[in-house]
Write a new protein. Sequence first.
Length: 514
Amino acid sequence: MSKLLNAHVTDHPDKIALVDDDGSRTWSELDERVDRFIQALRESGLVVGDRVALLSQNRREFFEVTLACLHGGFILVPMNWHCVPSELAYILDNSAAAAMIVDEGFTDTAAIALSLLPKHPKVHLTMGAGGSFEQAISEAERSDTSTQVAGSVMFYTSGTTGRPKGVKGWFSEVGAPPESIAAMADGFIALLGIDASATTLLNGPAYHTAQFFWSLFPIVRGGTVIMRRRFDSAETLRLIEEHAIANVHLVPTQFTRLLRLPDATRTEFCGDSLRTILHGSAPCPPHIKRSMIEWWGPIITEYYGATEGGVTHLITSDEWLERPGSVGRTLPIFETIVTDDAGNRQTSGETGTLWFRHLGGRDFEYYGEASKTDEAHLEPGVFTFGDIGWVDESGYLYLSDRKVDLIISGGVNIYPAEIEGVLVDHPAVADAAVFGIPDDEYGEQVKGAVELLPGYEPSAELAEELRKKCSEQLASYKVPRSIDFEAELPRQASGKLYKRQLRDRYWAESRRSI
């Protein structure tokens, strides 16, 4: 029996644990399949500390593989299924993956990635009806509970500024008792005020750090998780009502799509089961967040953090309404430090690079990337996520922008997030991105790119209207010199925007990148 599932199997073996687009698993079914898969991996030659790469959409098997790794002492490597084969090959090689588990929908992509490797993982299984994953489970015996030890997870960053980097070091210690993971789950659940016995909705990619832990920790503590492969705003409302869902993680683009549902659909929605709505992963325009709070009530908690260090800040709805734009105060287990470009500490209200120290000594490293690890640290134990911001006199943090997105035009720092907030407030705009492009005189000039809502067409007149809106609310040097209209901005379901894909087309012939 899997140690982390023991109590749930004993107390309610026939209760539903997981639901996906294709079916469900009871706690007893989940427990047996996890046990068998632990043994299947061991019989295939995997040992404690080996890495298991997982390329999968949201499906029940995703968490079966995860729980098997966390009980078998293996290190799970969730892979972003948006990656191209060369990026997947790099992750497999860099992580020295001993096993690769692939969703049947990605077999062709995985095959190309494997063809680029000098050495293949010793285990390669495909998830799906009649696939090798099912065969491995059916042929294995159940593992011995006494031999189970904690595994871990190594996430790879999305690679918006170069090749993906493996983040190692802060989750759990390989070889520790599995109960140590339960203790982490308890801390997470208490921090967010989640009802662990309630039902949680997963409608973002499980390979994303926030979505992963948002779902895993409730499972560890006996909560049912309903998952979907794709986000659909109307279906999300239906699922909340049908399953009496209490906990939902959303990103700002999902807020926007929910708010754009027909008035009748929104009015019919009750949502009285909702208790905790967590959001983060990308900046949220204030008018969007305010509208969600007015609709769903003051149950929306925003977090700030990153794969590298976890959650460092939280802010409740009531706090945010008093301080729109803030991402909250530092959690008691962290210290926030703001420095200028020379490393000098800034005082309240002064903008600079944000650094964090875990007061318990927790830290991270980029696997096999010592120089990049050093670049992410001000000093040992003091790390950055690459963001720029400031802290007010009450200790509330406000983000200015990503340091990598900073535009420097004529020696003046320009923060794109501020401009994007103005653009997305226009009734024709569904999404917006602002970035710097080459300028012979100023070094960089401000470029805007927008995705329009249905019913609006690109035009020179609309571009000028957007520029005029910016000029009315921003200093002249922040106004985009020009606006591009994109059919769709390259934004992931996790909320992350790949500005590089927009920016690179302008820098390709300039012989420089900044």
